[in-house]
Design a protein around this ligand. Structure first.
Ligand SMILES: [Zn+2]
Length: 157
């Protein structure tokens, strides 16, 4: 299957600082240094940049879809001002204590939806999760390469 390459990013702990608790207030949302540049480099290397995040606080009733929409508008604005445009943001609003869903990571539903929607080739894409904090290094290597060479498979965890 052919398609476009993408950089999939986790949100909490990759784009914004991990606080060890749910993050939905704008005041608690701190974009990590160099994230904008990493995204900009990925985009200029021809990759789409898609954020996929678990937001189980909605399922718990801690915050709402509106809170998430506001935060993501802020994020897009902040990054956009730095020339780092996000292609899309997908989130799972469910909490596992309230029943199983297929969209909560490591479930692959959101990933599949993004790949179908944007014609993404998983074999040419990379995923950066919050356990590999090296988002900058990953994206830099993509951008520095800049040849469109395959950069590895989509890793799910
Ligand atoms: Zn879900």
């Amino acid at each position: 299957m052919s398609g476009v390459p993408a950089l999939f990013l986790d949100r909490d702990g990759v784009i914004n600082r991990e606080r060890g608790e749910h993050t939905w207030r704008e005041a608690d949302f701190e974009v990590l240094p160099d994230v904008a540049e990493a995204i900009r480099r990925a985009r200029s290397a021809g990759l789409l940049v898609v954020v996929i995040t678990n937001q189980s606080g909605i399922g718990l009733g801690l915050y709402t879809h509106d809170h998430v929409a506001r935060l993501h508008a802020l994020l897009r604005g902040t990054l956009g001002h730095q020339g780092a445009e996000l292609t899309a943001i997908y989130y799972c609003p469910h909490h596992p204590s309230r029943g199983k869903c297929l969209c909560r990571k490591p479930g692959g539903l959101l990933l599949e939806r993004a790949m179908a929607r944007y014609g993404i080739d998983p074999a040419r894409s990379v995923m950066v999760g919050d356990r590999e904090r090296d988002v900058v290094g990953e994206a830099r290597s993509l951008g520095a390469d800049g040849t469109g060479r395959s950069t590895g498979e989509v890793r799910q965890h």
